[in-house]
Design a protein around this ligand. Structure first.
Ligand code: DX5
Ligand code: ZN
Length: 222
């Protein structure tokens, strides 16, 4: 399975989102960062904007909810047709209930971990999820530097997923460049979010191809 590259439109030109979506059509999914100025100290967009963008996007949406009270909002993104909806472990006391709800609507369910959140309590919940997002920066802003300290969690996850035979995608998000994508691929990631490295490139499609090639080169054949 080739590595998946999901550009984050947080780094796109917000005055031209339809055009920006067209520039990344060779990617796998569009990563959409939802921030509420409570769970993180930043604010982006909400359901009406995401629903409308989904109508004009050539690719399906990988929604990343950096919000409090995901029980209230996550199902709406699934109903709007998101391919996957990922909420933060730190924001809910009932991750399994919410994952089941999302899957029942037809979306893939993802759980995200901030850099300081341990992965061990979530390992036994993996059958309930289609994706785990290991944050490689503190959530809230694009353009930050990749934190190599988060790779230990990814190794634990990839070993657990491999031994269990489950089909859970392992996603990294934050500071992904041609250099850091190799480190994350080596540690077991298969799905890579990249904001500024894609949208700041002169040719986003060429950058997507370079990122995918770098990841493929460093992934282990399990
Ligand atoms: C950060 C967001 C990321 C962000 C990544 O809180 O979750 O998706 O857009 O941006 P870069 O790739 O610039 O670090
Ligand atoms: Zn994100």
């Amino acid at each position: 399975m080739p590595s998946r590259i999901n550009p984050s439109i947080l780094a796109a030109d917000f005055a031209n989102l339809e055009r920006e979506l067209g520039r990344i059509r060779t990617a796998d999914l569009v990563h959409v960062d939802i921030m509420d100025n409570h769970f993180v100290p930043n604010l982006t967009f909400g359901p009406p904007v995401v629903s409308r963008l989904a109508q004009v996007s050539p690719l399906p949406f990988d929604v990343h909810l950096m919000i409090d009270n995901p029980e209230r909002w996550a199902p709406g993104y699934a109903e709007a047709g998101a391919f996957s909806v990922t909420f933060h472990a730190e924001a809910t006391t009932n991750p399994v209930g919410l994952a089941r709800k999302l899957r029942s609507i037809g979306a893939r369910a993802g759980i995200a971990l901030k850099p300081g959140t341990a992965v061990e309590p979530y390992l036994e919940l993996l059958p309930e999820f289609d994706q785990v997002l290991v944050m490689t920066v503190e959530p809230g802003f694009g353009g930050q530097s990749f934190m190599p300290s988060t790779m230990r969690k990814l190794k634990t996850l990839s070993e657990t997923v491999r031994k269990s035979g489950l089909d859970v995608w392992l996603q990294v998000d934050g500071g992904i460049t041609e250099e850091t994508i190799a480190i994350a691929a080596e540690a077991g990631a298969d799905t890579f979010v990249a904001g500024s490295s894609v949208f700041n490139a002169a040719d986003p499609a060429a950058q997507i191809a370079r990122l995918r090639a770098a990841a493929d080169e460093h992934r282990h054949a399990h």
